[in-house]
Design a binder for this molecule. Structure first.
Ligand SMILES: Nc1nc2c(ncn2[C@@H]2O[C@H](COP(=O)(O)OP(=O)(O)OP(=O)(O)O)[C@@H](O)[C@H]2O)c(=O)[nH]1
Ligand SMILES: [Mg+2]
Length: 514
């Protein structure tokens, strides 16, 4: 396929605005799957994704499109998750694209993740096609969304495509807009090979499968390649694309996206964001790579029955094979025995892993309350990071503690401003911005200690605003805080697994409500 017939794009949006449903219709319209092979949100292939109706893992599909004029195009489309825990899935997908479909629910308008994901797309200099979805619903107000796109996002709304992904309305228009507005990939076929490794997972039959976007040069089966950041070299055994059915190819040329199998045994041998090049004619310049994702929320996972400890360790090892963002290390608790301290991207990620451990590996678990990471500064100038409040006792000569802060963005109807201010004040938030996006919608931004929002902030915000407010956050830095350890005693003995680190002003309330 010639380069000017290629289009690489991601579908991005706030959670539940209809990305996966739109992806379904694009797959159907291009014949990627037949109607009888289809099910709703076909790309959400994990049981948990289907039950919860959410996308957790980004999925890349290669589609062949023939327009009304008979011109042929190849689309590489990436359906991304909307939940804030999985933002890193969005950002790494964007690096493989030249454009995005920014889906906005016509009944809800611009929400917090709409803006967050739009900003990511803009940082990558991607072309943005606004898609206003769910126009079949009686409360749909596409004109209002258009106005919001112009006022809030500074996007030309004339080009917005009106769609009902559910009813299959406007799908052809979406594909034509992709062809007309998203630029084909640039890239030189004859330059040394330069590929971006943007996703990888472990397949128990094939070993590690990686997704690459070829920026320059040509990748062929049999090539000797090297991963520039890790220095590991391999021979390419198989190349191909998912249509979403796996389809082998001999060559991936400049601008193309596809999968590669190269006898890579462990996921640790690959690094997302790495540059893949030829061993004997390497590129001189590696791609900039990605920021590494770090777990943000930690919890102790203990088997209820001690003889399931080995089972839990094996299960964590297997889960980590496919999800490098989980961390775990053995820990012991006097109260709970042997277990693991595990790190997750957020609370939803934690819930999902916990559920998978129970369901797929039959481990019955006790989990300790989730906590964030703290920096402990000692009087002799050392900094120790702890992810378990019980460990605070082990550190002598503590000077002060630092806790992680996030910048939280809330978009809400203006009638709830007072309620939101009260809630964020209670959570030690500090307002940094208040802006009317429209006469009736307001955007509020706060510096917030992550510790204060990790547990129930979002649920509280939703219930206090009757479901109308949306929330997004991004880690900013660590800041010094007046924090103390709250121990819980049972019959006079400290139960280590129940200890927590709390702000001094809140310690009595916390203790009283325990
Ligand atoms: N009425 C109507 N419902 C829609 C439309 N598109 C999607 N939905 C519904 O909206 C809900 C969310 O759809 P998804 O496609 O899973 O949304 P998503 O954006 O992929 O969600 P995440 O991946 O979790 O962020 C589902 O119940 C869909 O059936 C539409 O055009 N009209
Ligand atoms: Mg989805």
């Amino acid at each position: 396929m010639k380069q000017n017939q290629l289009r690489n794009f991601s579908i991005i949006a706030h959670i539940d605005h209809g990305k996966s449903t739109l992806a379904d219709k694009l797959i159907l319209a291009t014949g990627g799957l037949q109607k009888r092979e289809m099910k709703e949100q076909v790309l959400d292939n994990m049981d948990l994704e289907r039950e919860r109706g959410i996308t957790i893992k980004a999925q890349t599909v290669c589609l062949n499109y023939k327009n009304a004029k008979g011109e042929k195009y190849t689309f590489n489309m990436i359906d991304t998750p909307g939940h804030v825990d999985f933002t890193y899935e969005v950002s790494r997908s964007l690096a493989a694209c030249e454009g995005v479909l920014l889906v906005v629910d016509a009944t809800q308008g611009i929400q917090a993740q709409t803006l967050a994901n739009l900003n990511l797309a803009m940082q990558h200099n991607l072309h943005i096609i606004p898609v206003i979805n769910k126009i079949d619903l009686p409360s749909a107000d596409p004109e209002n969304v258009k106005q919001q796109l112009e006022d809030i996002c500074q996007i030309e709304a004339d080009g917005a495509v009106l769609v009902s992904a559910k009813e299959g309305i406007g799908i052809e228009e979406v594909m034509d807009a992709v062809v007309a507005h998203i630029p084909p990939p640039s890239g030189d076929h004859d330059s040394p090979l330069k590929c971006l490794l943007f996703d990888a997972w472990y397949d128990s039959y094939r070993g590690v499968i990686v997704l690459v976007k070829v920026r320059d040069g040509t990748l062929q089966v049999g090539d000797e390649i090297v991963m520039m950041a890790t220095g590991n070299s391999f021979v390419v055994e198989e190349l191909g694309v998912f249509t979403p059915v796996q389809q082998q190819k001999e060559i991936l040329g400049a601008g193309e996206v596809g999968y590669m199998v190269a006898n890579i045994k462990q996921l640790d041998q690959t690094k997302i964001g790495d540059t893949v090049t030829h061993l004997h004619r390497p590129t001189t310049e590696a791609l900039p790579g990605y920021k590494e994702v770090k777990p943000m929320v930690f919890s102790g996972l203990y088997p209820i029955s001690g003889d399931q400890y080995e089972l839990l360790r094996d299960a964590l090892k297997k889960l980590r094979l496919n999800d490098a963002s989980i961390s775990y290390e053995a820990e012991t608790s006097t109260a709970l025995g042997f277990g693991f301290r595990c790190g997750f991207l957020g609370l939803l990620h934690m819930e999902i892993i916990r559920e998978r451990l129970t369901r797929e590996y039959n481990v019955d678990l006790l989990t300790t309350a989730p906590t964030v990471v703290y920096n402990i500064f000692t009087t002799d100038g050392q900094v120790v990071q702890i992810d378990n409040p019980a460990k605070l006792n082990e550190i002598k000569n503590i000077d002060h503690l630092e806790e992680p802060y996030v910048v939280g963005t809330i978009i809400s109807p203006e009638e709830f401003i007072g309620t939101i201010m009260a809630l964020t004040r209670d959570r030690r938030g500090h307002q940094i911005k208040m802006e009317y996006l429209t006469p009736s919608t307001v955007l509020l931004q706060y510096d917030l200690p992550f510790n204060e929002i990790v547990l129930d902030f979002y649920d509280k915000l939703k219930s206090l605003t009757k479901g109308y407010a949306s929330f997004d956050y991004e880690f900013i830095d660590f800041r010094a805080s007046n924090l103390v350890k709250l121990d819980v005693l049972l019959n006079g003995d400290v139960v280590d697994a129940l200890s927590m680190i709390v702000h001094k002003d809140k310690v009595y309330i916390k203790a009283a409500t325990w």
